[in-house]
Structures are given as structure tokens and as C-alpha cells.
Design a binder for this molecule. Structure first.
Ligand code: PMP
Length: 337
């Protein structure tokens, strides 16, 4: 490999044992936590930067500005470091400390802003857009806004790589694909890529509580209720990455359904992932039940679990959100020396 960039993508497809046994389907998880930045967003980071280079927008030493829940910032920064660019990352202060630490460690310039809704001009996405405009005028090597939500280089990355890999890895034997939506790059990109191979592939969205897309795809109304502790997912509008896309099925997944799946994967299968992956797998289980036994369903293992040690795997945090705490999380070691 010439650089870390070549280690992005071509992730393994791992059979999820319990989910498969419970449904009589083959439920497979694309191990995106094995990317160098430990999440599915390395692909978006790479394609957004390569697209900007092709358009002649990035000069050596140039700055890439982005508003992100963390993973896109990490992906962009890994790629930027390898190619000689800088990153300025705007993140809502509600996101996990571990993601902020990773960003600082990788050398991103991190700006934390209060978490406010998209319609507020101080929303992190809008702050990042304004900052990019400003830095484009003042930075000696220029600055660009990655704009992951409305930059379709993001979903293009999933059409060209994730969907293609899933098709190859399953030998074309894939009946369904499910994922949650942050920007929609993963879901719409894989949907477009797989449907181009076979129109019979069913696509489902797994939406957390507090997001508006389940309501949009089932009733035409962008309406959100409830909340979720998952990070990086939950969209309230139709981003450019979601345009011209409609899922075949829509599921709304409460945290109470998703989190036990994450805890079970760690304890029983040695697979350590974050909360959005629980939403994804819960969605895959629902699609498996809808299609019936014997089908192959693929979903995304979106990022690595240690990124949420202080929240998802912290009993005090779970209790503060009135979520059940698994016994093992508080069990003392049984062996002493
Ligand atoms: N899971 C996690 C942990 C993420 O960070 C993201 C991206 N924000 C997603 C899922 C959703 O991916 P996408 O932006 O492609 O919809």
C-alpha cells in the first residue's frame, strides 16, 4: 500500500451469529470499523477530498472545513494528513469525548459549538459553512467546505465502493440492505449501487427515535418524536444525498431494541461497535422477519465501540437516560490474585 488511504474500504463482511440464528436468514455486517479511522465515514472523507482535487478546488496545504458528529471529521483528517491538507472541524458539544479526543490527536483543529437544531443559524453545519467561506478568503492555500450532507461525492463513494464490495462478497446473493441515515450517503449510495445490479434487492431505512425520515417515508411528513443516545444518525430533512431515493421499507427503532443488540455482540460474538450499529442490526432483523427465512441481508457495522466508552458503556450514563444497564457491565472480576 502506498499510504493509509489504500487501507480505506474492502472491509470484511461478518456473519452476525445471533441475528442470523434468530431469523433463519443470513445477516451480514460490513465491518466499517476496520477502516483506518474506525468508521464508515472514511469512505466519504476520501471521496469528498478526491472530488475537490479533481475540480481543482484544493491546493497543497489547503484547509478542509466540516461540521460533523465526529466520524466524518476523523475520516477527513486521516485522508487530509496523508495528502498534505489541514482540517478544521466543527462538532456539537454533545458528541462523545472519545471522538473529540481522537480528532485532536489526529491533528484536526476542533471547534465545539452548542448543539442546536438545523434551522438555527448557529447549528454546527451552518457554522462550518460560514467558517469555510471566511477561511477561503484568509488562508494562504485556500479552504473548502466538505459539506457531507449535500455533497453527493459522499454517496458516490458508496455507489462505487461499498455497494460494489457487497455485491462481490455475496457473489450477487444479496436480498436486502438496511442502514440508518446521518447524511444518507451510505443508505442511498448502497441502494443505488445494488439496485443497478439487481432491481430485486430490497432496501430498508432503520431510523432512530428523534429522526424525521421514518415519518417522511411512511406518511410524507417530516416529523420527529422521542430521542436516542445514538450518535451520527438521525436526520430531519431530505439532504442532497437522499434525493431520488425511496426505501422499500421503513422501520423506527427505539434504543431499548438497539442497545441490547450492541451489548450482545460484544459479549457473545467479540464484535465491538457503537450505538448506530445497534439501530442498523435491529433494522436488519426486522427486514429478515418481513422477507422470511432463507434470505441474505446486509447491514453496516458503522464504527468501533470504544468511541463511546464514556456513554453507551457507562452504567451511570445509561441510568441517567433511564436505559437498562446490563448486569455484566457492573460485575466485579471473578478472579483475584
Ligand atoms: N453511524 C455512525 C456512527 C456515523 O458516524 C454515521 C455518519 N454520521 C452514520 C452511521 C451514518 O452514515 P451516513 O452519513 O452515510 O448516513
Amino acid at each position: 500500500m502506498r499510504s493509509v488511504i489504500d487501507a480505506i474500504g474492502n472491509t470484511p463482511l461478518i456473519r452476525l451469529k445471533r441475528a442470523s440464528e434468530e431469523t433463519g436468514c443470513e445477516i451480514l455486517g460490513k465491518a466499517e470499523f476496520m477502516n483506518p479511522g474506525q468508521s464508515v465515514k472514511d469512505r466519504a472523507g476520501l471521496f469528498i477530498i478526491r472530488d475537490a482535487e479533481k475540480r481543482g478546488l484544493l491546493r497543497p496545504g489547503g484547509v478542509i472545513v466540516e461540521g460533523t458528529a465526529g466520524n466524518t471529521g476523523i475520516g477527513l483528517t486521516v485522508v487530509a494528513k496523508a495528502l498534505g491538507y489541514r482540517t478544521v472541524i466543527v462538532i456539537p458539544d454533545t458528541q462523545s469525548q472519545e471522538k473529540k479526543d481522537a480528532l485532536r490527536l489526529l491533528g484536526a483543529e476542533l471547534i465545539e459549538v452548542p448543539a442546536v437544531p438545523y434551522k438555527n443559524p448557529n447549528n454546527y453545519v451552518k457554522v462550518s459553512g460560514r467558517l469555510a467561506e471566511q477561511l477561503a478568503k484568509t488562508e494562504p492555500n485556500g479552504a473548502i467546505w466538505a459539506n457531507q450532507f449535500d455533497n453527493v461525492a459522499n454517496r458516490e463513494g458508496h455507489i462505487r465502493t461499498t455497494a460494489e464490495e457487497i455485491w462481490q462478497q455475496t457473489g450477487g446473493k444479496v436480498d436486502g440492505f438496511v442502514s440508518a441515515v446521518g447524511t444518507g450517503g451510505t443508505l442511498a449510495g448502497v441502494a443505488i449501487g445494488l439496485k443497478a445490479k439487481s432491481a430485486a434487492v430490497k432496501i430498508a431505512i432503520a431510523d432512530p427515535l428523534g429522526a424525521a425520515l421514518y415519518s417522511y417515508y411512511t406518511s410524507g411528513e417530516l416529523k420527529a418524536e422521542g430521542s436516542s443516545i445514538t450518535e451520527g444518525i438521525g436526520q430531519g430533512r431530505i439532504t442532497a444525498n437522499l434525493e431520488d431515493f425511496t426505501p422499500d421499507f421503513s422501520y423506527q427503532i427505539p434504543d431499548e431494541e438497539a442497545l441490547p443488540i450492541v451489548f450482545g455482540l460484544i459479549q457473545e460474538e467479540g464484535i465491538c461497535v457503537g450505538g448506530s450499529t445497534g439501530i442498523n442490526i435491529a433494522g436488519a432483523i426486522r427486514l429478515a422477519r418481513q422477507l422470511g427465512p432463507g434470505h441474505t441481508i446486509v447491514t453496516v457495522l458503522a464504527d468501533f465501540g470504544t468511541r463511546y466508552q464514556s456513554k453507551l458503556f457507562n452504567p451511570d450514563f445509561l441510568r441517567s437516560k433511564s436505559l437498562p444497564v446490563p448486569d455484566w457491565m457492573e460485575t466485579e472480576p471473578s478472579i483475584s490474585v
